[in-house]
Each structure stands twice: as C-alpha cells, then as structure tokens.
Ligand binder design. Structure first.
Ligand code: ARG
Ligand code: ZN
Length: 422
C-alpha cells in the first residue's frame, strides 16, 4: 500500500503538483464557468474523467458557455483538475472544501436503536429505516394510510406506495407524488416522508390538508429507485441511476427519468449505457419505471395531478421537457407554478425558478412528468428542491426541515388550486 501511495504521489508530482499538498486534500466540489467554445470542450473532457462526478448539469453534453457547472472532484484529482482549468483560464470557485465530511455527517445515525425508526426531522433515513417507517405508519393509521406493493426493483426490492385518504366515503379523484427517482437526491425521499407525516398528523386539524384528503386520495411513493438509494448509502454517495446490469456492458444503471415512454431516447438522453442520462434498452425497460407506469395507467381516470420530487436547484417545472413546444394548458401550468414560487418567496425568502422543463433547464426526453401528462393527467410537475448549489446533493440534515417546509407550501398551493379546477 505504501508503495502504491508513493507511486500515486510520484505520478502527481510529474503531473505538476506537490505531494505534501496533494495528500492533505479532500474531495471538493467546484463551481465552474466556461466562457469560450474551446473552454467548453476542455471542461466537457474534464467532466468525463471518472475521478469526477458531474452534479450539474446532468450530462456533459448539456454544458454550454451559459452553464454553471458543479463538479465533484475526488481528492486525488483536485490538483490535476484545477491545474487544467488554470491552464485554459477557466474560472472556478470551490463550492465545498471537504465533501467527505458532509457525507459522514449525513449517514451517521444519532439514535442508538436504528429501529426506534421514528422519523427524526433532522436526519436522513436509510432504506431499511424507510421501509420500516412506511410499514409502521400504515399500522398506526389503518383507516387513513394503506400500504400498496406496486412492483419490485431490478435487485428485487419492493416498491411501496402509501395511499392516503381522509375518513370519508370513497372519492373518484386522486393525486400522485413520487420521490427518490434519482438515488443521490436524498432530500426527495425525506420530503415524501415529511409530507406523509404532515398529512396524517394534521388531518382534521389544519384545513388545507383536511380538504386535500377529503376531496382526493393521495398516492405517495417515497423511494422509486430503492436499489440506487441503497447504493448511495453503502458504496457511492453520488450515484444517480438505478442498478440494472446490461449484458455486453460494464456500466451499470439506467436514468429512470429518461426511461418513460415520452419521445424516448431522443435529444437530451443517451443510448450509451455508461452515460448518466442513459435511457435504457427500450421505454419502460426498467422494472421501477414499469411499476409506476402500470399503476398510473390503471388509475389514469382518477389521477388529476402528478408530482415528481427531485433536487437540487429550486425549480418548479412542468411539461414539456422533450420538446420546446408548449403544453396545451401551458398558461395554466405556468400560473400554478408561479403562484407556488411566489408563496415560497414571500414566506421563506427563497427563490424558485419555474417554467416548462425544456426551456428552463434542458431538453430531457423520457421523463415521468411528460409521460404522465401525455397519459391525460392535466397537471404535472417536477419539483427541484433545495438548494441552489451551496451543498447540492449533500444538503446537511439541519436543512431538511427548511427544504421540506417550503416544498410543502408549493404542494399545498398547487393541489388546492387544482382541486378548484377539477
Ligand atoms: N433534473 C431532472 C432530470 O434531469 C429534470 C427533470 C425535468 N423533467 C423531465 N422530464 N426531464 O431528470
Ligand atoms: Zn433528479
């Protein structure tokens, strides 16, 4: 090991940096801006290096002179990367000095008994704890929360939906919300659990959630991509895709938000299995996507509102993402998103951008929101929760409740207005 360390060190000396400095470095996240086409190409190449993980945008192909690029760089490559950036006069700043430290803080479990399982607002739950929590919650609220198994993941983990309903006769309207489609976006599953907890606790106490649960069933899927989520806890915190293995390729995983049957695998997705935006071998090839699509197809007469929760960048997006063309009810969707963003700004001071996906971030076909919309669900949104890049995917546990509170306000604002329309 010592010899190996020496060789790596020696190599980095040749590569232009000094050993002592390199060995004290941490994994860092850089914010980078390329301003010329040449710089864009250099930057694309850097981000393709597997010692780096692109946080934003989702794929190197989306980098332009107007893109703020957020790049996770492993400690051993920090010098090499910054040297290359300097050599090409590409400007950058350090977003996170020590990313491992944040990762450690997020996975540490303060409670001694993991099965105390209670949802502590200020920590992230492991996949096992989430399963346990879903189960326990459905037992505590047998008349309001029904646990439904809608399918299983590539590695055969169960995919559960909690069906939330008020204490009233059956209704013919529903909404859907999924979380955790992308593995590393930990605030997303945390929000689904937070929402469930809020709904069950404050039903018949607060008028907003009472109205929602009285008028409609709310289907909540806390972890759409359980294999990926598990993997971010055990092996690689920065994993995005699911964990499906493909014959003939060494690369693992499909981007589940490129695998839906909506202009599948056109511009903005990749047919290359090693890409972070790999669309899979055919639409719904992934069992996680198939499970969701099947369920929603079976309920498409009743589901009027579709929500998909991601992070990060603070955006409220709606169809389309696969084309620049406007959705039929674009003005209405825009109005709803604007209302939610305005409320967040007024109550919490945080800025959320809003608009059609393609125009607001990038072309991205095969997404769940576009697919749901084209199934006839007239109100369809993708939320990108906190933050805007300070911590990115590594949002500290102390910020969970802040992120969830404002997202909850957006969900309630949009849902209550949709209820008046349907
Ligand atoms: N950041 C998300 C993604 O890359 C955005 C999703 C927006 N909707 C969409 N259909 N692409 O998946
Ligand atoms: Zn995402």
């Amino acid at each position: 090991l010592a010899i190996l360390a020496f060789l790596i060190c020696f190599y980095s000396v040749i590569e232009s940096s000094d050993c002592t400095q390199n060995s004290t470095e941490h994994d860092q996240v850089l914010s980078i801006r390329a301003t010329t086409e040449e710089q864009v190409n250099v930057l694309k190449n850097i981000t393709r290096d597997n010692q780096t993980v692109l946080w934003q945008p989702a794929s190197p192909s989306h980098i332009t002179t107007r893109t703020d690029v957020h790049l996770y760089v492993h400690s051993g490559s920090v010098h090499h990367v910054t040297h290359q950036l300097d050599a090409h006069k590409i400007t950058y700043s350090v977003l996170l000095e020590n990313a491992q430290h944040l990762i450690e803080k997020q996975t540490k479990n303060e409670t001694t008994d993991p099965r105390s399982g209670g949802m502590n607002k200020d920590r992230y739950l492991s996949l096992e704890d989430i399963y346990y929590w879903i189960n326990k919650t459905s037992q505590e609220y047998p008349d309001m929360a029904e646990m439904m198994l809608i399918g299983s993941s590539f590695e055969k983990r169960p995919i559960y939906v909690l069906k939330l309903s008020g204490k009233r006769p059956a209704v013919d309207k529903a909404m859907w919300m999924d979380c955790g489609i992308h593995a590393r976006e930990w605030i997303s599953p945390a929000f689904c659990l937070y929402f469930i907890k809020y709904a069950l606790t404050y039903y018949n106490q607060y008028s907003d959630i009472t109205k929602m649960l009285n008028k409609m069933d709310i289907y909540v899927l806390p972890v759409l991509n359980p294999d990926g989520y598990k993997y971010t806890w055990t092996t690689n915190r920065m994993w995005r895709k699911n964990r499906s293995v493909k014959e003939g390729s060494d690369c693992v995983g499909v981007d589940l938000n490129r695998n839906f049957d909506a202009k599948w695998c056109t511009e903005g997705a990749s047919s290359f299995p090693c890409s972070e935006i790999y669309c899979g071998s055919y639409p719904e090839s992934e069992p996680e996507v198939e499970a969701v699509a099947k369920f929603l197809r079976s309920k498409k007469e009743v589901v009027k509102l579709y929500l998909s929760i991601h992070s990060y960048s603070q955006m409220l997006l709606f169809p389309y993402s696969y084309t620049y063309e406007l959705a039929r009810n674009h003005a209405e969707l825009l109005d709803l998103a604007q209302d939610a963003a305005t409320k967040i700004r007024r109550f919490y001071g945080n800025i959320y951008q809003y608009g059609a996906g393609a125009k607001t971030i990038y072309l991205a076909p095969g997404g769940s929101d576009d697919w749901a919309y084209n199934q006839g669900i007239p109100y369809s949104f993708t939320f990108e929760l906190q933050d805007r890049g300070k911590y990115g995917f590594l949002l500290p546990p102390e910020l969970i409740s802040s992120a969830c509170n404002e997202a909850l306000l957006a969900v309630k604002t949009i849902t209550l207005r949709v209820l008046q329309k349907i």
